[in-house]
Design a protein around this ligand. Structure first.
Ligand SMILES: *Cc1c(COP(=O)(O)O)cnc(C)c1O
Length: 371
């Protein structure tokens, strides 16, 4: 049986294997294994793509978020407002700094943080807001920035790990808040051969401080201005990312074409296809539908050789590690309902029209057999 998987990194990397080998060879030549010229080039190219002036390449998306919050100055006892419907790292970094993640519920159709619910969650301890552009669609940044402004100009950090190339009212994801965190984890839209990430900002002082943060707060040889970390990126990984970055536009177009096909083929099926705000350009890191019989549908697809994924099965306010925050089931009902009903379909850039048609046909058969 032929299968349709959630990812096809083998087909993808086959496209540029020779370029990757050449990129690795260049690093073997110059041997600046950490922070070499490739790192700077990657910073320049991602900054240009996302319309930002200052870029700091780092070791992962998690470290991009962590170093951003450290640069903001998040400390023990502070509160940081964010969404519970995201990958763990978004809130994990808040807790690691001794601060308290304050979760507010999401919009039921975009799954992004609901700006209406942010204002009431602000207290005198609130230090920042982390907005996640989930699945590749920007959160409602103008509304979030307005709430932040009304509350003394709170910094808004974008978690753009899933959203490179996306846009909000013609402004690129990553150019909207004080700073933005990107991830180059292999499964992301710009995925490398290992871990990697980047911080972008339009604020020079923030960028300078974040750059030092990446290297233990070291301002010059063995003088440390403040306590940072080792958040540096390897030259080899940066060189490979530069090769892949040249394919990003094509990969993104494939994702968008496949999403449009799904939209069309699933229009009369009792599932909710992704809602895209008219002012958003969605880059479909995931194509996620809502379905009341999600687990049955997932099992049915598996029988047909079709992969699917649940992002995310447990909202963060109900994770065991956050039990001491005191949340209970029912506190954030929109996120909890999404966690029970969401299903992400294959949308990777090597997926063909025929693959999409096969997935959609399998979903249609499921509802035809047991309406
Ligand atoms: C992947 C991801 C991260 C973390 O990135 P890593 O590179 O895996 O550390 C953070 N936030 C979101 C929303 C992500 O999808």
């Amino acid at each position: 049986m032929t299968t349709v998987n959630m990812l096809d990194l083998k087909a993808e990397s086959g496209l540029f294997q020779d370029d990757v080998r050449a990129a690795i060879d260049r690093v073997l030549e110059h041997r600046r294994f950490v922070g070499g010229p490739e790192v700077e080039q990657l910073e320049q190219q991602v900054a240009a793509l996302c319309g930002r002036e200052f870029a700091v390449a780092v070791s992962s998306g998690t470290d991009a978020l962590l170093s951003s919050l450290m640069t903001v100055g998040v400390r023990p006892g502070d509160e940081v407002i964010t969404t519970p419907f995201t990958f763990f790292a978004t809130a994990g970094v808040i807790a690691r700094l001794g601060a308290k993640p304050v979760f507010v519920d999401i919009e039921p159709d975009t799954f992004n943080i609901d700006p209406q619910k942010v204002g009431p969650a602000v207290t005198t301890k609130t230090k920042a807001i982390v907005a996640v552009h989930l699945f590749g669609q920007c959160a409602d940044m103008d509304a979030l920035l307005a709430v932040a402004d009304r509350n003394g100009g709170l910094p808004v950090i974008e978690d753009a790990a899933q959203a490179i190339g996306a846009a909000y009212r013609d402004r690129p994801a990553g150019s909207l808040g004080l700073a933005a965190a990107f991830s180059f984890y292999p499964t992301k839209n710009l995925g490398g051969f290992g871990e990697g990430g980047m911080v972008l900002t339009g604020d020079e002082a923030f960028g300078d401080r974040c750059r030092l943060m990446r290297n233990h707060g070291q301002s010059s040889g063995y003088y440390h201005e403040f306590v940072g970390g080792n958040f540096r990126l390897d030259s080899m990984k940066a060189g490979i990312l530069l090769v892949k970055l040249a394919h990003l536009a094509q990969f993104q177009a494939n994702r968008q074409r496949n999403a449009a096909s799904y939209d069309r083929l699933l229009a009369d099926v009792p599932v909710q296809t992704p809602a895209v705000r008219p002012h958003n350009k969605h880059v479909y890191h995931q194509y996620s539908i809502l379905c009341d019989r999600r687990n049955e549908l997932m099992a049915h697809l598996k029988e047909q050789g079709i992969g699917s994924g649940i992002y995310y099965p447990v909202p963060l306010h109900l994770q065991p590690c956050f039990a001491d925050l005191g949340y209970k089931a029912g506190d954030l009902p929109v996120s909890e309902s999404a966690a029970e009903r969401i299903l992400s379909l294959p949308i990777h850039p090597m997926l063909t029209e025929a693959d999409v048609e096969r997935c959609a046909a399998a979903i249609r058969r499921f509802f035809a057999a047991t309406p």
